[in-house]
Design a protein around this ligand. Sequence first.
Ligand code: AMP
Length: 213
Amino acid sequence: MKIILLGPPGAGKGTIAKALTQYDGSVQISTGDILRGAINAGTALGKQVEAAMSSGNLVSDELVMGIMEERLQEDDCKKGFLLDGFPRTIPQAEALSALLVKIGEKLDAVLELQIPRETIIDRLTTRRTCTQCGEIYNVKSKPPKVEGVCDVCGSSEIVQRDDETVEAIENRMQVYEEQTAPLSEFYEKTGLLVTVPTSDREPVMAALQAKIG
Ligand code: AMP
């Protein structure tokens, strides 16, 4: 399936995307993961985006479109793609529409997760991430089996992301409201939007199936 996952930071887009990859082999594409990978690898791209990302601001549309134009034309996208954290602005959404026409692809749906603000702040401030493999933990609901050690790769670098401090989260929420929330109306007009008030897997899958069959 070819879908966009829309929703504020911490809504559960990544978790749902992972579940969907297991369902039909579509590939999850997270622009946040790509950018964090560049920062961890110390590349020129990473250096360029580091300050914006740690404060919770968006990186430029041009830069993100450059990444996505290449990524969406890789072979693994033929089976399907789940766009997690992209597009995030109206110009990105417009550029994506043009890109999809150019490469002969079509979206099946835009899945919007509508989660209350308090839930998000609680989720994000308690979230921890393995810097080595990207596995996500939560100090309350999903701690690693052995404290401080990643279940997946064994690394002991499980950290709170710079952009998951209370200050950065407040900023990300504001950025979301101002720049990303308008995408909901944008996609409503295309008839592709499916909005769900939860990130629980079963109701999300049911809503998606009802939309795309
Ligand atoms: P995420 O992991 O999706 O929450 O993204 C983390 C950070 O990466 C965001 O706060 C932005 O700084 C940057 N980022 C990720 N995706 C985009 C995008 N589509 N446009 C601009 N900035 C992005």
